[in-house]
Write a protein that binds this ligand. Structure first.
Ligand SMILES: Nc1nc2c(ncn2[C@@H]2O[C@H](COP(=O)(O)OP(=O)(O)OP(=O)(O)O)[C@@H](O)[C@H]2O)c(=O)[nH]1
Ligand SMILES: [Mg+2]
Length: 315
């Protein structure tokens, strides 16, 4: 699974909050008693735990004052390794590739860029993280700078038009301010559809791609408030809101969608999927059932583009 998106859109934040949300699946206070655990490799655990801790320090910052960045940018290209463990037994390897956003704009011949392209070609699930505030509030140039949909399209189009089936997740961050009611949520969705129109247009004509729009809360207590100008530079200003907890929401959804997609694909086209879905040989009925249930835990409220039959419910 490949993360894409420019600097600072929230790729690492998404991974850290996803890991935190899913590594607690077996906790008593979690109703999702699936028997699963998402276990990270030592490095991944260390880095994402540390990132999560840093993100939680947002609650110690004064309210109504602009927040600064909580994480350092990612350096280069980093493999985040996880295992899905079922009832204490490892069943599945999952690899997320996190990148320094700057890589997407580097040139051919740059080592990181070439490695990124190779990984992108191998990816089955592509997660494009998008800054929601820039999407709704930024003018054309600010929004293009923050999310760079043209560059993303240029990179993804040749990959998504190859014959392999792909899942493309548009994950929107920094959108706490628009998730409060249906009206503002529609505003967010419209802004996305306008700025990603080109991509959504060609998605209509390809059979092998399904895309899902997933707005998430990674911090939950920080809201976009205004855009400040310093000369030619524009800065999005976020403030911490009082009386709101640090409370990620929906950060588990990308993984639930990824597994739902993988489950359906391996039933339809086994040969392509043998490497990715190694559990295909697994005879453990309880595991298969639990995995399906985990995938069923995905919210059905997200907008779907492209060939929706690739993600239809698996039972
Ligand atoms: N309000 C708000 N802020 C967020 C959200 N997600 C991330 N941030 C902020 O955005 C900053 C940048 O996030 P990162 O996760 O480091 O971004 P990145 O995409 O990994 O950036 P690079 O590694 O430089 O490519 C963080 O320090 C957070 O303060 C969100 O959902 N809401
Ligand atoms: Mg990062």
């Amino acid at each position: 699974m490949m993360m894409v998106g420019p600097d600072g859109v929230g790729k690492t934040t998404l991974l850290a909050t996803m890991y935190h949300e899913l590594s607690n699946l077996e906790d008593d206070d979690n109703d999702d008693q699936s028997g699963f655990e998402l276990v990270a490799s030592q490095d991944t655990h260390h880095d994402l735990q540390e990132a999560y801790q840093k993100l939680t320090t947002i609650v110690t910052q004064p309210t109504f004052t602009p927040t600064g960045p909580l994480l350092k940018g990612t350096a280069g290209l980093i493999e985040r390794q996880f295992e899905m463990v079922f009832k204490g037994k490892k069943e599945l390897d999952l690899v997320f590739c996190d990148i320094a956003g700057g890589i997407i704009q580097a040139n051919e011949g740059n080592r990181d860029f070439d490695e990124f392209k190779t990984r992108l070609e191998q990816a089955v699930v592509i997660i494009n993280v998008i800054d929601g505030s820039a999407l709704v509030e930024g003018n054309d140039s600010l929004s293009a700078k923050k999310n760079n949909p043209r560059q993303i399209e240029k990179l993804l189009q040749p990959i998504l038009t190859n014959p392999q089936n792909h899942l493309l997740l548009f994950v929107i961050t920094k959108c706490e301010a628009w998730l409060k009611n249906e009206k503002t949520q529609t505003l967010l969705e419209r802004a996305f559809e306008k700025q990603y129109e080109m991509m959504l247009k060609w998605l209509k004509h390809v059979e092998n791609v399904v895309a899902v729009l997933i707005p998430v809360k990674t911090l939950g207590c920080v809201e976009f408030t205004r855009i400040d100008s310093h000369g030619d530079e524009q800065e999005m200003v976020f403030i911490r809101k009082p009386n709101l907890r640090f409370c990620p929401e929906n950060t588990d959804q990308p993984l639930r969608y990824a597994l739902a997609f993988a489950l359906l694909q391996h039933n339809q086209n086994r040969s392509q999927w043998n490497q990715f879905v190694r559990w295909i040989f697994n005879e453990d009925v309880a595991f298969q059932k639990a995995l399906t249930e985990f995938a069923q835990g995905r919210s059905q409220t997200f907008k779907i583009y492209g060939n929706s039959s690739l993600i239809e419910v698996t039972k």
